[in-house]
Each structure stands twice: as C-alpha cells, then as structure tokens.
Design a protein around this ligand. Structure first.
Ligand code: SF4
Ligand code: SF4
Length: 305
C-alpha cells in the first residue's frame, strides 16, 4: 500500500474576487462545501492526523476566506506541511494570526497570485506590504502573474518593482481554450523574456505534457481531494474515485502505476520523472533567480513529450 506524501486540498469555490480569467469562469456557481461545517473541518483534520508528514497544498477558490482557515493551518501544521495558493487578500486579522500562530518551517511556500484588482497603485503597495510581512517572519513567498494578453505590457514594470522589494515574481502564460495558442508573435516574445521558471517556460513551449504510459506517483503517494463533497481522486485529470475524506476512506495503489491520460498542463501534478525538476525549479524561483535554468527547461521538454 502506498504512503501518502502529497495532497492537493481544494477547500471550496468561495472567493472574495471575481477575476474574468478565473478557471471557474469568475462566475462562481458556488457549491456548498462540506468543509464549512465543524464536522467537515474535524474530518479533514482527522484524516491528515492519520497521514502524518504529508505536504498539503491548500487551494480553492480562495483558501484564506475559508471559515476555519487559521484553525485548519494550525491543525495541519502540527503533523504535516502546508503549501498555500492565495490571492494574498488576507484581512489584517487573518494576516496577524497567520504570522503569529503558524510556524513558517511547516509551510513549504506561499504562492501569491497577483490579480488585476491589486494592480492599482495603492492596492499594489498594500499587497507588497503583506508579502513582505510574511517574508520577514520567514515564510517563503513568491508572486505569480497570469500574463493575459492585455497584461503583457505591465510585466516589465512589475518585475522592476518586485526586484527592488526582493520578491520572487513568476510569469505564467494564460490558459483557456484559446490560449496560450492565441498569443500574437510579439506577445509571445515579450512573455518569453520574463518567464524565469524553467518549467513554466517549457510548458509554454510545448503547450501540454503527454503523460500516457509514464510512471506517476498519483494514487500511490499523491492525491487530489475535493472538500466540496470529500471525493479523493489520484489527480486533477482523473475521474476515478479512490476515497472520501469525510468517510475517512482512501485506497492507495500498491505500487507506482502508469498514467492513462493523454495530456496534462497542471503545474504541480506531474508524472514521476518530472517531480524532481519541478522541485528544483521551485527552489530556483523562491531563491529569486532571474534566469531560467536551461538544463531543467530542456529536460522538462524531453521528459514531457
Ligand atoms: S482570486 Fe483566484 S479563485 Fe478568486 S476569482 Fe481570481 S482567479 Fe478565481
Ligand atoms: S501523469 Fe498527470 S495526468 Fe497522469 S496520472 Fe499523473 S498526475 Fe494524473
């Protein structure tokens, strides 16, 4: 039986922003998440107390607006590690509590997505201030920026600002049915200049990975959990249910299996021989490297196709 090491925890559909480019269409037909009840919260905590030493990626929706966000972070970091995908819109109270009550050594990284609403001058200053407060407490933060065609011309200035503030800044191509194929040649060239993440750059180049037939730790040591109904799948692209967090069930594979899915673009859920590259690349990004690692870039392409 596998040993759970990584889990993506999709907490809820709730968000305090409504970005037009949101994966959920910015419309949010909000499904009620079972995580919103104390019983649901307790079941999540109980589940991870049985799977100690796991790296749990909290995402949504916006995780910081989850009713029990701080309490969940507190509980999960007792026996596990968390990673956070947030829009960095923390209320003052939430930020203060997070900084005071959560051990930075139990947080792998905080990915702060910078959205259009926060690009206005005053809001941007406040946004940066929040990142710096997290950084000064020892949290590893980086800003990710979705390069929508209309935002491409802002990248250079934002990179200048973040460099001055010593905040890692990751440009990611926009993905939708039309993009990234729909970028003009000029937009592509502009984006390429500023993609310092080797894996993002490689994925932009090849558009999608072709994992079918490759060994993957999904379902063996990594799972994807949807807290809305509790269903556990091996990864985002899979339809097969392998457990339910509210029922405390999980059936991991006995060994690493081969992927049967044709294509995948998801950043952190990759087949086995890309995991090491993603990890190294993330380290480079968090270390504020300004040039992408060419070896990682080439290897990622080679191993993806
Ligand atoms: S902040 Fe994130 S989850 Fe919220 S609307 Fe924007 S893209 Fe969607
Ligand atoms: S390679 Fe990707 S799509 Fe295939 S099982 Fe692994 S995570 Fe899922």
């Amino acid at each position: 039986m596998g040993n759970l090491k990584e889990a993506l925890l999709y907490l809820h559909d709730e968000c305090n922003y409504s970005c037009e480019y949101c994966m959920l269409g910015g419309k949010f037909e909000k499904r009620k998440s079972l995580a919103s009840s104390t019983d649901g919260f307790n079941k999540i905590v109980e589940f991870f107390n049985k799977h100690k030493g796991c790296h749990i990626f909290l995402t949504g929706g916006e995780p910081s607006v989850y009713e029990y966000f701080i309490e969940l972070a507190q509980e999960l970091t007792k026996n596990n590690f968390i990673r956070l995908d947030t829009n960095n819109s923390f209320s003052e109270e939430t930020l203060q509590r997070f900084i005071k009550e959560i051990n930075p050594e139990k947080v792998d990284f905080i990915q702060c997505s910078l959205h259009e609403i926060d690009e206005e001058e005053t809001r941007l200053k406040e946004y940066i201030e929040r990142v710096k407060r997290l950084q000064s407490r020892g949290f590893k933060c980086f800003i990710s920026y979705v390069a929508l065609p209309k935002r491409v011309n802002k990248i250079e200035e934002l990179i200048r600002i973040m460099k001055k503030e010593n905040i890692p800044f990751v440009v990611t191509p926009f993905r939708s049915p039309e993009y990234p194929k729909g970028y003009s040649k000029e937009e592509r060239q502009e984006i390429y200049k500023f993609i310092y993440s080797a894996t993002q750059r490689a994925l932009f180049e090849i558009d999608e990975r072709k994992p079918k037939g490759k060994e993957c730790s999904a379902g063996y040591s990594r799972v994807n959990i949807n807290c809305i109904n509790g269903s556990i799948k091996k990864c985002w692209r899979s339809n097969e249910r392998i457990g339910n967090i509210y029922e405390g069930t999980l059936k991991l594979n006995n060994s690493i299996e081969r992927c049967n899915i044709d294509s995948c673009t998801y950043t952190y859920e990759t087949h086995l021989d890309l995991e090491e590259l993603v990890c190294k690349d993330l380290h480079n990004v968090i270390s504020c490297k300004e040039k992408y690692d060419e070896n990682i870039y080439k290897e990622y392409i080679k191993r993806s196709l």
